[in-house]
Design a protein around this ligand. Structure first.
Ligand code: C2E
Ligand code: MG
Ligand code: MG
Ligand code: MG
Length: 297
């Protein structure tokens, strides 16, 4: 708010800071009971195979149904959770809920894969892998159904912890994915050493593909590099048919974004995946394929 007003008066700036702090305290306070009150929900956003057009899995994205504020997005409360030491409990809930949902889908005859976002705090948890193993075992699912997304900047923040956790997750049989790639400063040598199997190109590059030949050159180079290192490439934030076509021509392995589907409830994803199943025998005809799904949105 201070910025919007041009930050003209000190008093205004101060009061808005106070308001911000009060806001954060309030969010923090409410968040403490959100898990018990079942106010949290995982939404799922499909990832699409570039060759077949089939769904390869879905990314779990947390949502908070706040009794007064309505739907609160993770961009608002994840930083608060991190700051007030609540991210551990939140992360554990996400993990447990993802495994529970995978089991429910399996029981419905749907073999889905789920990608879970991990915070830097979770990477440093001594018992992270043990916890994952416990969740996986208690819901009788295979760890290979899980992918763990870690943003490039988080991965670089603590390379020791990252290396260790990545190796353990890979050993479990899960896929390790580097999220928001291109926003950090990974050296090529470091990238080569990581036991990651997947790299997600940040939305900021995908967004510019339509208009910028620079962005195209960067994305082309990143995909070639990733392939040379044996990584699968996912493009996030695909919003237009043109972006999709460019990415496919650059041999991008998987696509994700509003163009295909927004994050949705588990129940909606079940329907979405069923439509996908029916299209199984068809060639990848994007326009046809996409309109089939849009009916459900
Ligand atoms: P992320 O992991 O990079 O997830 C991608 C974000 O981009 C999601 O926002 C998604 O809804 C949004 N998105 C997907 N496709 C498009 C598109 O075509 N256009 C645009 N404009 N946006 C698109 P969301 O759900 O608000 O999540 C934001 C971030 O919060 C995530 O970024 C992730 O870092 C974090 N987050 C979400 N859920 C969790 C969680 O369970 N645990 C942790 N630690 N972090 C989470
Ligand atoms: Mg992610
Ligand atoms: Mg991302
Ligand atoms: Mg992102």
């Amino acid at each position: 708010a201070a910025k919007r007003a041009g930050g003209s008066t000190y008093a205004f700036f101060e009061s808005s800071m106070e308001q911000d702090a009060r806001n954060q305290l309030e969010i923090q306070h409410d968040l403490r009971s959100a898990i018990e009150r079942s106010e949290l929900e995982l939404y799922y956003q499909p990832k699409i195979d570039g060759k077949s057009g089939q769904i390869t899995g879905a990314e779990a994205l947390i949502r908070w149904h706040h009794p007064k504020r309505g739907l609160v997005m993770p961009g608002i409360f994840i930083p608060v959770a991190e700051r007030f030491g609540l991210i551990g409990a939140l992360g554990n809930w996400v993990l447990e809920e993802s495994c529970r949902q995978l089991r429910e889908w399996l029981d419905q005859g749907l073999r889905m894969r789920v990608a879970v976002n991990l915070s830097v705090h979770q990477l440093r948890q001594e018992d992270l892998v043990q916890r994952i193993r416990r969740s996986v075992e208690s819901h009788r699912i295979d760890a290979s159904l899980l992918t763990f997304e870690i943003t490039e900047s988080v991965a670089m923040e603590d390379t020791q912890a990252t290396m260790k956790a990545f190796a353990q997750l890979a050993h479990l049989g899960s896929t390790v994915s580097i999220d928001d790639f291109g926003t950090g400063y990974s050296s090529l040598a470091y990238l080569r050493k990581l036991p990651a199997r997947q790299l997600k190109i940040d939305r900021s590059f995908v967004m510019d593909l339509d208009t910028s030949t620079d962005a195209l050159a960067v994305v082309d180079a990143v995909i070639k590099l990733a392939h040379a290192l044996g990584l699968r490439v996912v493009a996030e934030g695909v919003e237009t048919a043109r972006q999709r076509d460019i990415l496919l021509s650059l041999n991008c392995d998987e696509l994700q974004g509003y163009f295909f589907a927004k994050p949705m409830s588990a129940a909606k994803l079940t329907l979405w995946a069923m439509v996908d199943d029916k299209n199984e025998q068809q060639d990848f005809r994007p326009s046809l394929y996409v309109s089939g799904h849009q009916m459900l949105q």
